[in-house]
Design a binder for this molecule. Sequence first.
Ligand SMILES: Nc1ncnc2c1ncn2[C@@H]1O[C@H](COP(=O)(O)OP(=O)(O)O)[C@@H](O)[C@H]1O
Ligand SMILES: [Mg+2]
Length: 296
Amino acid sequence: MESHLSTVRTRCGGLKSQHTSVILGCDEPSSVPELAGPLLETRDLQVRFYDREGCTHAVRGLSYSLDAGRSLAIIGESGAGKSVSCRAIMNLLSANATVSGSIRFNGMELLGLTENEIRSYRGAQIGMVFQDTEQALNPTMRIGPQISEAVRLHTEFDRGRTFELLSQLQVSAPEELVAAYPHELSGGMRQRVMIAIALAGNPKLLIADEPTRALDVMTQAEILALLKAVQSHFGMAIILVTHDLMLAANFADDILVMYKGAAVEYGSTGQLLADPRMPYTKALLTAIRQLRRAPT
Ligand SMILES: Nc1ncnc2c1ncn2[C@@H]1O[C@H](COP(=O)(O)OP(=O)(O)O)[C@@H](O)[C@H]1O
Ligand SMILES: [Mg+2]
């Protein structure tokens, strides 16, 4: 279903509002009290990018909510706005982005927070796993120190915590793994390391942006099973971004389908599969059923 979706370049209405910037890193753990209500709630989220050629309206009025410990899959074809909407939560968009609407996490409005304030959420409250492990890991550093560094950002240094995380991720030879460099690992093992790093701060929400896209089908299934297992062990909520409806259906409690920056369908997985409303979702389901019927 990867296809033709071209960048939506329009004259964007509305005013430039909160400015976002890219500064990676984390701070001390924050002590955000748990409140009643959804863990994460976005309301009318809009993201626009401005450059010399004009404006790209990448996310158009996205509203959803996610309760603690639950899972939401965001699906849609390439360019639909999945990654941009997730990066907006973490304030990880490029400097030419403007974001408006509302992103409430644990009752606290994240839009408008300063970079220092948002750092206490990033990693500690909200962890993120990206598709591209090669860019995210430092090629010149062994795996052990990379995980320990993430642990140390959030808690007092504890060598045991690195091994606890690796054991949750069912790494069979953790001593060998921590001594290795990223290029010595398979894609699946690198993704396990990324998940360990994202879990280091014991976040309440894990955002996994196409974490299995670069992996073969068997390894994809392994990584998704691991994500499920760590979710039930640590009790966190997960947003899984994927372009694969069946993968989403097997994983998540709820599914949100994005098309050209907007949510075109949103509901519980069972309801969405049984009674898809939008032509786009119906077409996805028809394609899957045809594939399943096709002789091999
Ligand atoms: N830094 C940027 N500047 C301008 N446009 C961008 C930028 N980042 C993303 N976009 C545009 O936003 C839209 C959504 O992108 P993205 O969220 O990455 O899609 P996907 O659903 O594949 O994850 C695309 O049209 C993309 O070209
Ligand atoms: Mg993406």
